[in-house]
Design a protein around this ligand. Structure first.
Ligand code: SF4
Ligand code: SF4
Length: 235
């Protein structure tokens, strides 16, 4: 119902299944009949998406957003035709950009994994309402995107601090934490979407979760060393 529902993940998914272009049509800006103004969010997602496409070596013109009312059929047809023309000129995704299909698949899938992190890291900018189109292109700069990728965090559970309270495992949105009663918890780095929830919810008296930037997390402790012996039980 709302262009604001078009998630960055949907856009990347469309490209990953071979779409050569993605066109999003939203209501006219400032004419949203709800209080949400989701079309501004959609605009910002597209502006971010364009920079991300450039970062992975794709032409940002493959992604477009236009705003119109339901009474503007002519505008819809005109902009769609123009978009089709643009995409036909560019040809199949990756071809003109010189990115091989296998490499493209890997780049898009790596990027898709980082969508939650990217959305959290850019949430303030994603919520702005830029009225002046001159400002749109400046919302996300290539330098910012470089920094975003340089600072991708990893989360690590310190086995000497974890008390197996299970809070993090219950709250992890993607079940990326290997949990178990009286077992030191371990983050499955392949599954982790870097949302940072485990860091937020680990009780301060344990502070077992660390955020690492630019460092590879230490390997997980061996299975046989995961069992926590409680003091009372030792006695
Ligand atoms: S950061 Fe923590 S809570 Fe978020 S996905 Fe990774 S392991 Fe789960
Ligand atoms: S919330 Fe902290 S102490 Fe509790 S299981 Fe997770 S890492 Fe361990």
């Amino acid at each position: 119902m709302c262009s604001g529902r078009v998630d960055l993940a949907f856009i990347l998914h469309a490209f990953s299944i071979g779409m050569d272009g993605v066109y999003i049509a939203g209501c006219r800006l400032d004419e949203c009949k709800y209080i949400t103004h989701g079309n501004y969010y959609a605009l910002n997602i597209v502006l971010l998406g364009k920079r991300l496409l450039e970062y992975i070596g794709l032409d940002s013109n493959r992604l477009r957003i236009e705003f119109m009312s339901s009474a503007e059929a002519f505008r819809f047809v005109e902009t769609i035709n123009d978009f089709i023309h643009t995409i036909r000129e560019r040809g199949p995704i990756g071809e003109k950009e010189g990115v091989k299909q296998e490499e493209l698949r890997i780049r898009l899938s790596e990027l898709a994994k980082l969508v939650p992190y990217i959305k959290i890291a850019t949430r303030k900018k994603l919520s702005v309402r830029l009225k002046d189109p001159q400002e749109w292109e400046k919302l996300f700069t290539p330098e910012e995107i470089e920094t975003l990728f340089r600072e991708v965090p990893s989360y690590y559970i310190d086995p000497t601090k974890c008390q197996a309270c299970m809070t993090c495992a219950r709250r992890c949105p993607v079940d990326a934490i290997l949990s178990g009663k009286n077992l030191i918890h371990i983050i499955d780095q392949e599954k982790c979407i870097k949302c940072g929830t485990c860091l937020e919810v680990c009780p301060p008296r344990f502070s077992a979760v660390t955020k690492l930037i630019g460092e590879t997390p230490p390997p997980p402790i061996p299975e046989e060393k995961r069992v926590i012996t409680r003091k009372g039980k030792e006695d």
